[in-house]
Write a protein that binds this ligand. Structure first.
Ligand SMILES: Cc1ncc(COP(=O)(O)O)c(C=O)c1O
Length: 649
């Protein structure tokens, strides 16, 4: 066969420029992924790694992303590399043979896993390990139902996905595997209720939800789960793919509650950050029921790459390094994790940080998204704010981190277990500096990228980023079009009052003034949305000016006997509550959004008054309608405000 033109050799691949690699990504791999990397400014080629550090473009970076947990001990750990070196030259793949490495690894896993876990199955990824665990549960129990936790993440193959509590990942692939049902995470009563209603083969759960946003269940939950599963003869599958092998300061996170699952799933760190490696370990009893006997021993338990020599060698070395010196590395991970979390907790004082939480070296920082704009830009910030912080941490402070899949407001820090305290302190101080700067750089960069995301040209991008920057940096920029319109409305109020009360009784001109004032209200909302400019002044004064206008209109309407007193009282009642509630919530950093109903009512009051001043009879009917709507929207705001306060704790 002729050599294809343009076929790339390994040496050419290693030498390829960044631009070239991006082109290949766009054309042959995953263009949107390339775009995401570019937007996050993560589009670097790292060409060296050791310990906690990775290198790109002549710079070093602290890797607190840790391969989503797959970089367990460290990058390129010498003993792990040496163990792979030792088996090079042997057949890496030869399934129909005895392998001392497979056998030894299985024995080691039986020794380090909790309780009676004894038999292992080897594969290449977490999803495969979960897949295997779900299958053995059905095969061993003869039951079909699988119960899983909401907000969980177990992988993206069909079975694992069916147990993953995130619709975004499930929906495009439906129908999924039948008989999977969710219960809330951390709620043992809900689990008991579910298991008492129907016979389930297994309950699969993460001891700490990783991709869910580093969510720790309440103390005692896992032990209670174990008790409930035993009671209803449902197998307990513990997914320790992210938490296992020392990550949380114990070999397995379920050991914090002395839980002995029926099946444990492992992957990520098992491969020593060198080779893909996954496994489940199960009790002999469950194994025998499912696959005992010659006719059944191969129905699930083989996979082409399961238990390669390189994979087993790396896993053997990983376990030995972890267990050495009475598991010193794991104990240290616990101490370092406690230090990390204590330091991080000091950042809770910043409004932008909602919570810091975690166990061992598995730590999440959850952000409140600052409201900086209206409409689509704000939506982008809502979804990507933590990603913007992640970008800034990398690009300003050379620290790598990542947000969690199910909850993009949480940044996860999972450095290699060998990380030192200085690097932890540096990472915390880097995030602190970003908080102190008020994330202005983050927002500028975000503005640029938001512009790009929204498909604008260069000018638009510049404009968006500039407007975001200006809001934060330059108080003079409070003087923008939406705010000028609000100020104009403020000045129109005395003009309106004068015209109504003037001896010439200029109601026609008053109607015109009111119409203009009403139009500025609509226009400032519209322009603010277009410009992405909602400033402090705007948020504070716009509703105040609107209420002032409405109050003047109603007061004059009453004085001039255009409308009866009780109607004025209804609208006054709503508006006074609204304005007090709005500013009170605002002071507590909670936002009460104006509803369509509320805004529409205000507009209707203005329109009906314009008609009333012009003595058009329809005005009165519209006014009565707006009184009714005022009452309804008032109740609605009251309900919403209470909800916000409850949410505020
Ligand atoms: C708890 C858990 N289970 C399963 C998986 C799936 O692992 P993999 O990506 O190797 O398929 C993950 C991956 O993040 C995980 O965190």
């Amino acid at each position: 066969m002729p050599v294809k033109d343009g076929l790339i050799t390994i040496d050419e691949a290693l030498e390829a420029s960044k631009e070239q690699v991006k082109e290949w990504y766009k054309k042959y791999f995953n263009p949107s992924f390339e775009l995401i990397l570019e937007l996050a400014e993560f589009d670097a080629i790292y060409d060296k790694a050791d310990g906690t550090t990775v290198y790109a473009d002549g710079q070093s970076y602290l890797d607190f992303l840790g391969g989503h947990g797959a970089v367990g001990i460290s990058h390129n750990h010498p003993e792990i590399l040496a163990s792979i070196q030792k088996v090079m030259g042997r057949p890496n793949i030869l399934q129909a043979a005895l392998s001392p490495l497979t056998a030894a690894l299985a024995k080691n896993l039986a020794l380090i896993t909790p309780g009676d876990l004894e038999k292992s199955f080897f594969c290449n990824s977490g999803a495969e390990a979960v897949e295997g665990a779900l299958k053995i549960a059905r095969a061993a129990t003869g039951r079909k139902k699988i119960i899983y936790a909401e907000n969980s993440f177990h992988g993206k193959t069909f079975g694992a996905l069916s147990a993953t509590g995130k619709k975004k990942y499930q929906n495009p692939f439906k129908p999924l595997v039948p008989e999977f049902e969710a219960v809330p995470f951390g709620d043992s009563e809900a689990l008991e209720q579910k298991l008492s209603q129907s016979e389930a083969a297994a309950f699969i759960v993460e001891p700490i939800q990783g991709e869910g946003g580093i969510i720790l269940p309440p103390q005692g939950y896992l032990k209670e789960v174990e008790r409930i599963c035993r009671k209803y003869r449902t197998l307990l599958i513990m997914d320790e793919i992210q938490t296992g092998l020392g990550r949380t300061g114990k070999m397995f996170a379920c050991e914090y509650e002395d839980v002995e699952p029926d099946v444990i799933c492992l992957a990520k760190a098992l491969g020593g950050a060198a080779v893909p490696m996954g496994a489940y370990v199960v009790t002999d009893k469950v194994w025998q029921r499912a696959y005992g006997g010659i006719d059944r021993c191969l129905i699930h338990t083989t996979t082409t790459f399961g238990g390669t020599a390189w994979g087993c060698a790396a896993a053997l070395a990983t376990i030995n390094v972890l267990c050495r010196d009475s598991s010193r590395l794991i104990h240290e991970a616990k101490d370092k994790g406690e230090y990390f979390l204590t330091e991080f907790k000091k950042l809770d004082k910043f409004d932008v940080i909602k919570e810091t939480r975690g166990k061992g070296l598995m730590i999440g920082v959850e952000f409140n998204q600052p409201r900086i704009a209206k409409g689509k830009i704000n939506q982008l910030f809502k979804e990507y704010f933590a990603q913007l912080v992640v970008s800034q941490l990398r690009n300003k402070y050379n620290v790598l981190s990542v947000y969690t899949l199910n909850n993009p407001n949480v940044i996860r820090f999972m450095p290699p277990l060998t990380v030192n305290k200085e690097d932890i302190a540096y990472t915390v101080s880097s995030l602190e500096k970003l908080c102190l700067e008020g994330f202005s750089g983050t927002l500028i960069a975000g503005g640029m990228r938001a512009g790009k995301q929204m498909g604008g040209g260069n000018d638009r991008k510049q404009h968006l980023s500039q407007s975001l920057h200006d809001q934060l940096a330059n108080p003079l920029e409070e003087i923008n079009l939406p705010n000028l319109l609000t100020i104009l409305r403020l000045f129109l109020i005395p003009v309106f009052i004068y015209l109504v009360l003037s001896p010439q009784n200029r109601l026609d001109l008053a109607a015109l003034t009111l119409a203009i004032a009403g139009a500025t209200d609509w226009l400032d909302g519209f322009t603010a949305r277009r410009l992405g400019k909602v400033t402090e002044f705007g948020t504070f004064f716009d509703p105040l000016v609107d209420r002032l206008l409405i109050f003047s209109v109603l007061a004059l309407g009453f004085i001039k006997e255009i409308v009866p007193l009780w109607t004025v009282m209804v609208i006054f009642g709503r508006d006074i509550f609204m304005i007090l509630g709005y500013q009170y919530l605002r002071a507590r950093k909670k936002k009460l959004s104006l509803t369509f109903l509320g805004k529409g009512t205000t507009a209707l009051i203005a329109v009906s008054f314009v008609l009333l001043l012009l003595k058009i009879p329809l005005g009165l009917w519209l006014f009565y309608l707006s009184v009714l709507l005022s009452f309804v929207s008032g109740l609605d705001y009251f309900r919403k405000g209470l909800g916000k306060l409850r949410g505020a704790g």
